[in-house]
Ligand binder design. Structure first.
Ligand code: NAD
Length: 453
């Protein structure tokens, strides 16, 4: 992560001007110069996507409008200014957000995203998704999300550290181990969590339970880094028999070979499955012979470009989605599967590693094509479940082995899948609709029992 971007698209200007406007301009220039760009997202926003699924579930549950308003609007929104002098000598003013959506079931919980496209609406959408996700997984947390609109992949490590510390200084008042506990998301990782914990500790004393996804050396949990990807594969194992898939004969494609995507790929490969396509922000590759998931992860970790991975054919990011396979794992950003590309998708199962990768219009198309979609709100809950384990261990300054963590993760993910699929069967609805029903009902019940509503 915290290295300078390696693509030509970054160009000379971005080296000296890292403001969101400059990044946008740079993208436009790169497009004009014909530099290949990653697959585009939908025009519909993450907020529209989550709102659609939420409204559909609330209608089905026949909740009154006043209750709908309580559960749609966030409890607290914090927007902060982050002025940071970067290595070009100029002060860059970024915006940081922490949005706490609902805390009826426990402390707020949700990741921190560093990305130029982060804005208040995106963070609102992701915060509410966390509320339903923690409820579906049945871990005792509410939902929150945070983000800073900085181009993380173009910043020096020291610049990232300054942004992270400044952000923590400004939001620490609404955080706390019994209040709100951040975690990693896009372009943030264990190192960023370590800086956050350290900054919080300057004011409050050593508090490892202030965030999760920390390095193992700083009371991080074994298995946390892999947990979201591993959770996706627990879901695959539950669903595969229903579709007549056996792991050893399964082919799969990963969109977004980052933390979630690469771990899902490596764990699915351990079961005998074969990866036939992969992409990241720089491009996409395919090989019918198979792409070794471990070797690709090592190649990227060592600074290689995805499109230079040996033995593969470079394809357009849009063509990646059209590869015939048994399982497609979108693990990049929101809105990547939309009405203009859903029809080309040629898979039996989609496991949504990313948050909000599928727009409602695309969801309908996939439903009509008979694709089995395991939705984000349950599929990628493995991260927050393992964060829950990390938090529990931190509160007790105690540590479980990786095997214990993975076993406990499997138990919770299987239970979530079974709860949701039983509801889907009972009401003859999709897993997505059923997951929202299960999640919303649990949050409403907790809020009523507390006397919050
Ligand atoms: P990451 O930064 O490690 O990886 C993101 C990957 O997506 C990178 O490889 C990046 O190059 C790629 N990408 C970005 N734009 C792309 C594009 N247009 N086309 C193809 N690839 C593109 O982030 P992550 O933590 O793996 O998160 C990925 C997704 O999973 C996000 O939607 C995130 O919200 C979700 N998620 C993450 C966690 C977690 O524990 N990290 C938990 C739940 C959900």
């Amino acid at each position: 992560m915290a290295t300078k971007a390696k693509t030509e698209a970054v160009g000379e200007r971005a080296e000296t001007d890292k403001s969101p406007t400059a990044v946008d301009e740079e993208r436009e220039r790169a497009a004009a110069a014909g530099v290949p760009k990653p697959a585009g997202g939908a025009e519909v926003s993450n907020l529209d996507i989550v709102r659609f699924y939420f409204d559909r579930a609330v209608d089905r549950l026949e909740l009154p409008d006043d209750v709908r308003t309580v559960f749609w609007t966030p409890y607290r929104e914090v927007t902060v200014q982050i002025p940071v002098k970067l290595s070009d000598g100029r002060i860059h003013t970024f915006s940081g957000y922490r949005i706490q959506h609902n805390g009826a079931r426990g402390p707020y919980k949700g990741g921190i995203r560093f990305h130029p496209e982060v804005d208040v609406d995106e963070v609102r959408a992701l915060a509410s998704l966390m509320t339903w996700k923690t409820a579906v997984a049945n871990v005792p947390f509410g939902g929150a999300k945070g983000g800073v609109n900085c181009p993380a992949d173009q910043l020096e490590r020291s610049e990232l550290q300054r942004i992270t510390r400044s952000f923590m200084d400004k939001i620490e008042k609404v955080l706390g181990p019994t209040r709100d506990i951040p975690a990693p998301d896009v372009n943030t990782n264990a190192q960023v969590m370590a800086w956050m914990m350290d900054e919080y500790g300057k004011l409050h004393g050593h508090t490892p339970a202030i965030c999760t996804g920390k390095p193992i050396a700083l009371e991080g949990s074994y298995g946390r880094e892999q947990a979201t990807g591993r959770g996706c594969i627990f879901m695959f194992r539950e669903a595969a028999p229903q579709l007549g898939l056996s792991p050893a004969d399964t082919t799969f494609v990963v969109q977004g070979y980052g933390n979630v995507g690469s771990w899902a790929a490596r764990i699915l490969q351990q079961l005998g499955a074969k990866m036939v396509g992969a992409s990241d922000a720089t491009g996409a590759i395919r090989s019918d012979e198979g792409i070794d998931a471990d070797d690709l992860a090592t190649h990227l970790r060592d600074g290689g470009q995805l499109t230079e991975f040996p033995g593969t054919e470079v394809i357009s990011p849009d063509d990646l989605l059209a590869i015939e396979c048994d399982v497609l794992i979108p693990a990049a950003l929101g809105g990547m599967i939309h009405e203009h590309n859903a029809d080309r998708i040629n898979t039996k199962m989609i496991i949504e590693g990313a948050n909000s990768p599928t727009t409602p219009a695309a969801d309908q198309i996939l439903h009509e094509k008979g694709v089995w979609v395991i939705p984000d709100v349950m599929a990628n809950a493995g991260g927050v479940v393992c964060s829950y384990f990390e938090w529990v261990q931190n509160l007790q300054h105690f540590r479980w082995s990786e095997r214990e963590v993975n076993d406990k993760l499997g138990g919770i993910m299987r239970k979530a899948y079974r709860d949701v699929s039983a509801r889907a069967k009972e009401e003859r609805i999709s897993l997505r609709e059923a997951a929202y029903l299960v999640g919303i009902e649990r949050v409403v019940e907790a809020s009523r029992t507390r006397g919050y509503i």
